[in-house]
Design a protein around this ligand. Structure first.
Ligand SMILES: [Fe+2]
Ligand SMILES: [Fe+2]
Length: 386
């Protein structure tokens, strides 16, 4: 490839990287682009922090091929010190690029050492290596990109051509900028979702074990959505929207909510309004997750046969995430001990839900639940009640 073609390719990679907002996918993309650009067998990316170099992602043609469950190769040292004890550490320390023809033949007087722990742990042999710093616009090193074992067309290992050095350096700085952006997006999203979750807890903080209940609901709903073949975006939306299903309970007086005796007809009618109050609290948001929460809050007590509340709608007229949360909520309520009842055993719950397929629950959701029953039990056991 001539220089023009290289530059053109680099430009295309830059555009592809800058449009990726998902951090994990971005890191994978950086590695695969850098590998295909240099025809290398393997590559690793480390992110620098005060503690050292954190291994972020790695690709290895040979080990991945030999390993049925992709990427299960071992990283003996997850945090490398920023020091000359390893090539990546040296690059992170000095910001200098290192291009070595054979890492096992590094001269004694070289300013860095090769750390063979990865090779040893995985029975792999690194030979040639091109390791470059990832610098941000302020020229600060945020990470290290290591390309391992360049190959010629016959797949023989060769040294990295010096003409790649500048190009890989440019690629690494584009990667650095994209990483900073994607990481910022991730942190903002985490902060936002964490706030939403705490809001849901705040609304029901007088309920015992509310945090556990909301976390479990979130996972059950996610599993059902997954099993029903929804898109990864829809699954994520349900995961974060479902904990707010009962947020409207904030509008119900405690004297009714925690009444130790049987509720009167009137009081029960008041409790039912938590669906409407919840929808009101969440209404008119521009945020997709809150729009979904609004519909879940409104519909999570509707029954598939139209006998639920508050709107008595039936079948597919009920919002699908609402039908999902209905089952998740009932499962968790039955599996949890309350002051007025014991927890039910899983076999009884299974029968209860099966019996109500088509009446209380959507048969399609019940089918999905039956296929993932084991996961429900696992979640229930992993989030023990307080
Ligand atoms: Fe509810
Ligand atoms: Fe609930």
């Amino acid at each position: 490839m001539d220089l023009n073609k290289h530059l053109h390719k680099l430009h295309q990679i830059g555009i592809a990287l800058s449009s990726e907002r998902n951090l994990e996918r971005l890191l994978e993309k950086i590695l695969s682009e850098a590998r295909s650009f240099t025809c290398s067998q393997a590559a690793s990316l480390y992110i620098k922090s005060e503690m050292g170099l954190h291994f972020a992602v790695s690709q290895n043609e040979i080990l991945q091929r030999n390993c049925p469950e992709n990427q299960k190769f071992i990283f003996s040292q997850e945090i490398l010190p920023v020091s000359s004890d390893s090539i990546a550490g040296y690059v992170a320390l000095t910001g200098k690029l290192v291009n070595v023809a054979n890492v096992y033949e590094i001269p004694e007087n070289a300013p860095y050492r090769f750390n063979p722990s990865f090779d040893k742990a995985n029975n792999y042999q690194s030979i040639s290596m091109l390791v470059v710093p990832m610098k941000d616009i302020q020229d600060e090193i945020i990470g290290v990109l290591a390309l391992i074992n360049a190959q010629n067309q016959q797949k023989e290992i060769i040294p990295f051509d010096h003409q790649y050095e500048f190009l890989v350096l440019s690629l690494a700085s584009q990667a650095a900028v994209a990483y900073i952006n994607a990481n910022l997006t991730k942190k903002l999203k985490e902060a936002y979702l964490d706030t939403i979750f705490r809001l849901a807890i705040a609304a029901e903080c007088k309920e015992p074990d509310i945090k556990g209940h909301l976390e479990r609901i979130s996972f059950y709903s996610m599993i059902l959505a997954e099993e029903l073949g929804l898109s990864s975006q829809e699954i994520e939306n349900i995961r974060y929207a479902s904990p707010m299903h009962d947020i409207g309970k904030i509008g119900i007086p405690d004297t009714i909510l925690f009444k130790p005796a049987k509720l009167t007809e009137e009081e029960y009618e008041e409790i039912k309004k938590h669906t409407i109050y919840g929808a009101k609290i969440l209404a008119n948001s521009k945020v997709e997750i809150l729009q979904i929460s609004e519909q879940i809050a409104l519909t999570h007590h509707e029954n598939f046969d139209g006998t639920g509340y508050p709107q008595c709608i039936k079948g597919e007229k009920i919002f699908l995430p609402g039908r999902i949360v209905t089952l998740a909520d009932v499962f968790d309520a039955l599996a949890t001990k309350r002051y007025y009842k014991e927890s039910w055993d899983f076999a009884t719950i299974l029968e209860y839900i099966k019996e109500r397929s088509g009446t209380q629950f959507d048969p399609m959701v019940v089918e999905a639940f039956l296929r993932r029953f084991k996961d429900f039990i696992e979640i229930n056991e992993n989030y023990p009640k307080e």
